[in-house]
Design a protein around this ligand. Structure first.
Ligand code: ATP
Ligand code: MG
Ligand code: MG
Length: 549
């Protein structure tokens, strides 16, 4: 069962239903289509969709597309795909741009009520006039334009008579308000930009802080869940709903953002990593995007379980990446077939094994889930092992192969290293070993013990494969520390590529199949670069963990 920790937003919903303030729950997930979704968004998705589901309510997917310069249909499509993949279905799909007419009419209503005016100050002047936390703002010289003049100028803004930045429409509230967001915020700006949905119909666009409460009210949203940085915007949110005379009154509720260690999360920074070529696109397996995590091999269940375990609070929280890894291991433990793969091969010839003979050995598919059955793996005179499982001059407590030492081959026999073959440069290129037929796995042999067990792949049937191992993308702790300089902390070793071998039955694997490679961890068949001739495995996570829940 998925975790159902208590959270204060659910408590508000319960209270509102019990008191009769609301008779149903309606939420929305409102991404701006200016990038791909990331794991932080998953938290918002799970809160909005998850809570509405608990109360048999409804959730809209709404694209907050009021800033056409940065938005694109590519992002719209990826967002839809990611929400579905995470396991959620929206009741309605809306675009904020569908409401541009109504938003315009509400702005006109504000002008008619004397609550909005057209201002000719430049953006810099508006900022200057706004004042600071300790100093009140100053009124714009254009603040006292008549209603008629404002109506006419706003209409001419809409008709395209002015250039970008020449004029704005501002709410008329209070330039001395202790809340800077109430010092006559801009509610419409001019932007001669083609919109992905409305084309060239508009050259003025509503500002987010004005548009968002209207969108929520139009859709009958009961609980408008957003991140904590909007807390100071709440008075303006309520002002817009009230003064625009919206029938429905939504309630804004803020919660703390989810961040992860060793990555950046804001779309602006992720975009920079993509555009400057640090990663192979938004879906690069090192990215904290939903599409990157899917390509890496994280499952929707693991992401949901992880997010549900993080607290819902008023504070932004940076959660250890290892906690996410813990949840994917938990999810794959019983599902992923076990197999053996050699990432960095070293050839071994078993000199006393009959030439030309192949035998098929039994290997459990998942010892923790015996119902998954048994697979057959070939064994012969020639196998591959990992280079790191052999040392010519081992330190103490090295229990793997070295000259004269005996180890167990998983699912097979004991072998003993008799001879080393080197190339002209002195590199070890082959080992010559002997095996003991009595020690066959499953035979019940107890004659003697060995301390090391290593994995292997039979050489003549082995399937070549590429392995991609990952380290964190960013080398310092969290995004808060490094505003502006995060590119200096990009890990140059975040991707390592190896060419090795996998068991012959892996030939059948399909994109997104997940396996536990013995001793190496969980891997996903890469959906982008795997071809009929080339298998690519992305390491999702290693087996070792220091993380404790
Ligand atoms: P970013 O700062 O990463 O660009 P955003 O807030 O601008 O994110 P939106 O597309 O506006 O991105 O976000 C859609 C919803 O997801 C919003 O309600 C937003 O508050 C929420 N959200 C975004 N990032 C996080 C996060 N790290 N943790 C929790 N919720 C988030
Ligand atoms: Mg945004
Ligand atoms: Mg943002």
């Amino acid at each position: 069962m998925e975790n159902q920790n208590s959270n204060f937003i659910r408590d508000i919903m319960i209270k509102d239903l019990e008191s009769g303030k609301r008779d149903t729950i309606v939420t929305r997930f409102p991404p701006e289509p200016n990038g791909y979704l990331h794991i932080g968004h998953a938290k918002s998705i799970i809160l909005n969709f998850g809570l509405a589901d608990e109360f048999n309510g409804k959730t809209n997917l709404r694209f907050d597309d009021t800033n056409p310069a940065k938005e694109d249909v590519e992002f719209v499509n990826s967002i839809k795909e990611d929400v579905k993949w995470l396991g959620f279905e929206w009741d309605n799909l809306f675009f904020a741009s569908d409401y541009f007419d109504e938003m315009y009419n509400r702005a006109v209503l504000l002008i008619k009520k004397g609550l909005a005016y057209v201002d000719d100050l430049s953006a810099d002047e508006i900022r200057e006039y706004r004042g600071t936390l300790t100093e009140p703002g100053k009124n714009s010289p254009y603040r006292d334009r008549t209603i008629e003049e404002n109506l006419e100028l706003f209409e001419r803004m809409r008709a395209g008579e002015f250039a970008d930045g020449e004029k704005v429409l501002r709410a008329k509230i209070d330039m001395a308000s202790p809340n800077i967001n109430l010092r006559d915020p801009v509610i419409y700006r001019i932007a001669h930009v083609t919109h992905h949905n409305t084309g060239d119909k508009w050259c003025i666009y509503p500002m987010y802080a004005f548009a968002h409460p209207l969108e929520d009210a139009i859709e009958g949203i009961t609980h408008s869940i957003c991140t904590i940085e909007f807390e100071d915007q709440r008075p303006f949110y309520n002002w817009v709903v009230e003064q625009c005379e919206m029938k429905h009154q939504p309630q804004q509720i803020e919660f703390g953002r989810l961040n992860l260690t060793n990555t950046v999360m804001s779309k602006r920074k992720l975009k920079q990593l993509v555009e400057e070529g640090y990663v192979d696109g938004w879906d690069d397996p090192r990215m904290p995007t939903i599409s990157g995590m899917r390509r890496r091999g994280f499952t929707p269940e693991s992401i949901r379980n992880f997010v549900r375990e993080t607290a819902v609070s008023k504070n932004n929280a940076t959660v250890d990446f290892e906690m996410l890894e813990h949840f994917v291991r938990e999810d794959l433990k019983l599902k992923a077939p076990r197999t053996m793969g050699i990432i960095n091969p070293l050839k071994v010839v078993i000199t006393n094994y009959p030439e030309g003979q192949i035998e098929l050995l039994d290997a459990e598919i998942n010892p923790e889930n015996p119902e998954m059955g048994v697979r057959k793996i070939p064994f012969s005179r020639e196998i591959y092992i990992e280079q790191e499982d052999f040392m010519e001059n081992p330190p103490k407590k090295y229990f793997r192969l070295f000259p004269g030492n005996e180890v167990r081959l998983k699912h097979a026999y004991f072998i003993k290293c008799e001879e080393i073959v080197k190339d002209a440069n002195g590199n070890v290129v082959e080992l010559r070993c002997t095996y003991d037929p009595q020690t066959k796995s499953g035979s019940g042999f107890t004659g003697r013990k060995v301390k090391g067990t290593i994995h292997w792949v039979e050489a003549t049937h082995a399937v070549p494969a590429e392995f991609r191992l990952y380290e964190p993308l960013i080398l310092n702790e969290s995004e808060e520390d490094d505003e502006g300089t995060f590119l200096d902390h990009v890990n140059p070793n975040s991707l390592q590529i190896f060419h090795g071998y996998v068991e012959p039955n892996m030939k059948e694997s399909r994109p997104h199949d997940k396996f536990q490679f013995f001793r190496h961890g969980y891997f996903n068949v890469d959906p982008k670069d795997t071809t009929v001739d080339k298998l690519v495995f992305n390491r999702i996570v290693s087996l070792k963990s220091s993380f404790k829940l």
